[in-house]
Design a protein around this ligand. Structure first.
Ligand code: GLY
Length: 402
């Protein structure tokens, strides 16, 4: 039954049933691929070749397959997940292909397989990825460098981005696995910097912050994949709420929970009655572009936030409650509001933005990578990943990947 109320139980179960049926057909006809999006016929593309194997989203396909394996027990999903992970070994031979998205790539593939099967290859890969991620930490400003330079005139040496909050669980995992606190210390140093420098007073979140790499001074922020400087890119808000909740989960540092709640309250105040999410909460009023990935990720983060707060309230961790200046009842009211919001977001996707037929390979429609890209509202693999993960969370059936 999970955390669902009876009237939501039915549609969530139906949605998962349709996904299981559809994806058996879709995976059969896409064996060996690592998809990012679809072509004009709705068929998956393939990023598994030499040119694209370092693409940052490649781990989501493995993660989706593992969740589907958990949902159905179908061995095809497991085999394809392992195939994806094996192919990604080529990334370790491409220094420039290794960036801060090590978490997005090896948590849903190697860490999750290692947790399930305790195999040494997956452990080795995940530890190599964690060590590389830790090596991107800049001690001058206490942040993890996001990207490598792109060969143009932009110097990204001092750039950090909000998305990186989702990569930190790889470091928390490595510390637990090795019994070595270094990785966790780096993750916490980055999270604390991000909490202070990315999250504005009103709870909205910057996408990119540029620091001086030599002194660590804050230089400026950038609109990044959102509308512009000072705007509020919806996927950035979703990485923020989910990422700070995860850092609280692994550390129990109250500041991270407070930050996650601040972002969640901001998002709740911005959402429209139809719960369909734009690309940027501050995009011009006449622009209608949506990003369904932001809706799914926000919902997933809000469910985790609900679970963390509920546990806190029920187990009476009074020092954290005191630091939050909130009593048990107030905390539970907040938690319920986040759960309701998550369910409304998912229901809006289910009713309006999902293709459960086998005509197309993707499930979610109207996903957008970046506001200023020429293309908007198409299929993106991590939209499907987070949609499935979140539905399974509602049934308390998901594999914990992040
Ligand atoms: N930069 C990662 C994302 O598009 O969310």
């Amino acid at each position: 039954m999970g955390i669902l109320r009876t009237d939501d139980e039915k549609w969530v179960s139906e949605a998962l049933g349709k996904i299981a049926e559809k994806m058996e057909v879709v995976v059969e006809r896409n064996v060996g691929k690592i998809p990012y999006s679809t072509d004009e016929k709705g068929r998956f593309d393939d990023r598994s070749g030499k040119k694209d194997i370092s693409w940052w989203t490649n781990g989501f396909w493995g993660g989706e397959l593992w969740q589907l394996f958990k949902l159905t027990g179908n061995e095809l999903f497991r085999q394809e997940a392992i195939g994806t992970e094996d192919k990604m070994d080529a990334v370790f031979m491409d220094y420039n292909g290794m960036d801060h998205d090590a978490g997005f790539r090896w948590l849903p593939t190697s860490v999750i397989r290692y947790k399930l099967e305790k195999n040494s290859e997956s452990k080795n890969r995940a530890l190599l990825a964690a060590a590389n991620l830790a090596g991107r930490f800049n001690l001058n400003g206490n942040f993890i460098r996001a990207w490598n330079d792109w060969g143009d005139d932009r110097d990204t040496t001092g750039w950090a981005i909000i998305d990186c909050m989702m990569n930190l669980p790889l470091l928390y995992w490595a510390s637990e696995e090795l019994g070595d606190p270094r990785f966790k210390a780096i993750a916490m140093a980055h999270a604390t910097t991000a909490s202070k420098n990315f999250v504005r007073e009103d709870g909205s979140v910057r996408h990119i912050v540029g620091f001086d790499a030599a002194t660590g001074d804050y230089v400026r922020d950038y609109g990044g994949q959102g509308y512009g400087e000072g705007s509020s890119w919806t996927r950035g808000q979703s990485w923020g709420i989910y990422g700070f909740t995860l850092s609280f989960h692994y550390t129990h540092k109250t500041e991270y929970l407070q930050t996650a709640m601040k972002i969640a309250d901001y998002i709740t105040s911005e959402l429209k009655e139809n719960y369909l999410v734009p690309v940027d909460y501050r995009q011009p009023a006449d622009v209608t572009w949506e990003d369904s990935t932001a809706a799914a990720i926000t919902a997933s983060g809000m469910i985790d936030l609900y679970r963390e707060i509920k546990e806190l309230a029920e187990n009476g961790v009074s020092s954290t409650q005191e630091e939050l200046y909130m009593d048990r009842e107030a905390l539970l009211t907040k938690a319920d509001k986040y759960l309701d919001t998550a369910i409304n977001l998912l229901k809006a996707l289910h009713e309006n933005r999902c293709d459960y037929t086998c005509d197309k390979d993707n499930i979610l429609e109207k996903c957008t990578a970046a506001y200023h890209d020429p293309e908007h509202e198409f299929a993106i693999i991590y939209g499907d990943y987070y949609y499935i993960e979140t539905l399974m969370k509602l049934k308390e059936q998901e594999l914990r990947i992040f």
